[in-house]
Ligand binder design. Sequence first.
Ligand SMILES: Nc1ncnc2c1ncn2[C@@H]1O[C@H](COP(=O)(O)OP(=O)(O)OP(=O)(O)O)[C@@H](O)[C@H]1O
Ligand SMILES: [Mg+2]
Length: 366
Amino acid sequence: MTEKRNKLTVRGLTKCYGSAMALDGVNLELADGEFLTMLGPSGSGKSTLLWAVAGLNEVDGGQIWIDNQEATSAPASQRDIGMVFQNYALFPHMTVAQNISFPLEMRQVSAEKRAEAVTRSLEMIKLEHVADRYCNQLSGGQQQRIALARAFVANPSIILMDEPLGALDKKLRDHLQLEIKRLHETLKMTVLYVTHDQEEAMVMSDRICLMNAGRIEQIGTPEELYFRPRSIFAADFLGESNLISGEITGQEDDRIVVNLPGLGKVKVAGSMPGKNTGKIVHFTRPETIEVLADADIRDNMFYSKVDDVIVCGAITKLFVQFGDDACLKVSTLTSRTPQIRKGDIVSVGWNDDVGQVLAQDQREAA
Ligand SMILES: Nc1ncnc2c1ncn2[C@@H]1O[C@H](COP(=O)(O)OP(=O)(O)OP(=O)(O)O)[C@@H](O)[C@H]1O
Ligand SMILES: [Mg+2]
């Protein structure tokens, strides 16, 4: 089996602004043709990393390799990179065609080949009819598609995108997410993408790199991050979760036994993590908990009162009481004839392979 070549390798990257650590020893590898998204809250270092890769800010330590060549101190103009930002950054005094042609001119491509590439790029983004317009004669969504075409027209090693859809309304954003995904697949581009929108990251990425305070919290496929978060921060940042504090009380065969106040004894598949013999946080996703019929058996089950029922379109959320004033969130598919109402007593349960034990300290996740 041939191993895929890395387009980008980042080793121990650090960057401080005064006493603020914007990047705190970041290691990252981006494979040829991969779509990797940097996800994380505001100020977690996503843009700082992207700009460092682009050569637009200097780093304090570590190394950046592009196409197996060290590029840590190479000027931006010598890095084979295309970029798309949140606010378009198109040249207002140039037409659409001239904007898209610009990276090719920088690379001294002949006029004939430039014209061909511009036409092909405009076809890719289905905007052939606006080639001769100036950019201020276009809508925000159209401008962002032109910015995309300008980023990929010269077929750079890596395309960097910093919240490219951030200024657009939800409907247009959803549409362009799929368009970028299609372009990525058709052109086999290698993309490093930044967003703080978890849904966007899940829709588009081969892998997600979750950032927290200048460090990588977790990196993996969308499914790994969603169903196997390694920390409270990761569980909480992506989607909804039930995070219940408790204590590990022992091990029974291949299951960890935890005691959760208000719920009692709960079993979790796996072995006791070395450091976590005491206080832990138990994690489940609301859609992995089921409302049970009389004959149903699950590894973990309990009866309780439904505190609230909220219909959110396709999903109905149930809040099932436990303990003194805590609720377990349960997501079910909305039914036209609702079976469960506020105040009902229901049986809910989940198997031991859907729950997870997380360390209380976010930095020392199990
Ligand atoms: N030019 C600068 N001068 C001083 N501090 C900066 C500068 N740029 C970024 N920072 C700081 O570095 C940290 C990381 O910032 P960065 O812009 O990388 O975050 P981000 O994850 O992109 O956030 P956002 O989602 O808001 O865009 C923050 O604490 C920020 O305040
Ligand atoms: Mg940013």
